[in-house]
Design a protein around this ligand. Sequence first.
Ligand SMILES: Nc1ncnc2c1ncn2[C@@H]1O[C@H](COP(=O)(O)OP(=O)(O)OP(=O)(O)O)[C@@H](O)[C@H]1O
Length: 316
Amino acid sequence: MTTISNPAPPAVNTSTLDLVGVSRWYGNVVAVNDVSMSLGPGVTGLLGPNGAGKTTLLHMMAGFLAPSRGTVTLDGGPTWRNPEVYRRLGLVSEREAVHSFLTAYEFVLATAKLHKLPDPQAAARRAIALVELEGAQDRRIGTYSKGMRQRARVAAALVHDPQVLLLDEPFNGMDPRQRLHMMGLLHSLGDAGRTILFSSHILEEVEQVSGTVQVMVAGRLAASGDFRTIRRLMTNRPHVFAIRSTDDRALAVALMAEPSVTGVELSRDGLTVRAGDYGAFTRVLPKVALARGVRVRQLIPEDESLESVFSYLVEA
Ligand SMILES: Nc1ncnc2c1ncn2[C@@H]1O[C@H](COP(=O)(O)OP(=O)(O)OP(=O)(O)O)[C@@H](O)[C@H]1O
């Protein structure tokens, strides 16, 4: 993971985004359901499967969409219909076409002019330097890699030096090197005192970038807080394993005696074992097998889809 050895000193002004009882529906579809959270300086991950309502939530935070119920405020002022918010907040949307005939400099400069900044040229140069795109700034965006295009869009979102930056799935389609670069950039922006929120449906992505996470499932906030606590919650949930061994019956009998095992089913295809604790079970299995002289040929965790993990969090 990219670490920033010399973080910039915290900016003097910091901003807080507050959501209180926020819901948003489209006809009969409830996209966001009674969400409350408070976001301050630093990097926060918004984790959730597809369709969880992340984009809808980000758009309400940015003032692009009105909440059907509840309030979204930035430093006490509503984000909806409040031009002041556009001066203090930047949004990088998930899908946003950029004209391929523009250079990054022209694109970022156009955004600076839209913001009516006093020195748009200097602001564009500063934002491009922040995303380290100076070397390519005069090349047409059409010649860029996906990661470079994303950086150009981040530069445009940062051109007015906002205190809050929201990014919708910023790592989508990036290769590992571009991913590392983007992670480093988000870290340095957070270390400088900005409030950064990025959405993702990939657990590991969020784990690498931020210590604080908000988990959304089916429009609701399923968990929130320190990443390690949430990770523990996820790995401590009941697990199902499919096992094949040289003697399934003997292994089944031995596993039944283990406190971490809550159920064993023996069939012609092998064993299905339910364990209350992932870590305890995976530690004990090799010992039990060795003691009985059984060789484990296959161990497959079942039902490990992200959706099932999220559902567990909702029910927890
Ligand atoms: N304009 C719209 N009209 C009707 N339904 C919508 C609209 N926008 C979103 N939805 C629905 O609201 C729910 C939440 O969608 P949203 O895009 O906010 O989720 P998401 O977590 O960002 O998912 P993804 O990562 O797939 O974009 C989905 O069921 C979606 O189909």
